[in-house]
Design a protein around this ligand. Structure first.
Ligand code: 5GP
Length: 113
């Protein structure tokens, strides 16, 4: 299977505004932000979608949640943000490489984005 756009970003083959990186994931600003803060947390391991994750991905999934909280703190939005995972094209997934959307700012308190 061809590399996803996120794998190319992780490998440094195409540029992105990287705001966080550790051994297991990166966080980048979304290229088409839907809110004042719109960050993607992406595992370096390719898991196509959340429902493809297996038991041995448990630690990685927990790591992604912790990373999201750390990034939210780093960005000063730890008290009010939404975490979204689109699972499958029917749910609006366009990049087939698991990622968490951190959404914050704007009219977040008024309802769904
Ligand atoms: P999905 O709809 O799959 O959950 O979300 C994919 C997200 O990736 C979209 O919000 C889209 O704007 C973002 N995206 C797609 N291509 C790129 C890219 O090349 N760079 C960055 N930074 N974000 C991208």
């Amino acid at each position: 299977m061809a590399d996803s756009i996120f794998t190319m970003i992780i490998n440094g083959d195409i540029p992105a505004e990287k705001i966080y990186e550790d051994d297991h994931c990166i966080a980048i600003n979304d290229i088409n932000p839907q809110a004042p803060v719109h960050v993607l947390v992406i595992p370096k391991k390719v898991i196509e979608k959340l429902s493809d994750a297996q038991g041995d991905d448990q630690a990685l999934l927990g790591h992604l949640m912790l990373a999201a909280g750390n990034v939210a703190r780093q960005l000063g939005v730890a008290e009010a943000f939404r975490l979204i995972i689109n699972n499958g094209e029917g749910a609006g997934m366009t990049v087939h490489h698991l990622h968490l959307h951190i959404i914050a700012g704007g009219t977040l308190s008024e309802g769904k984005m």
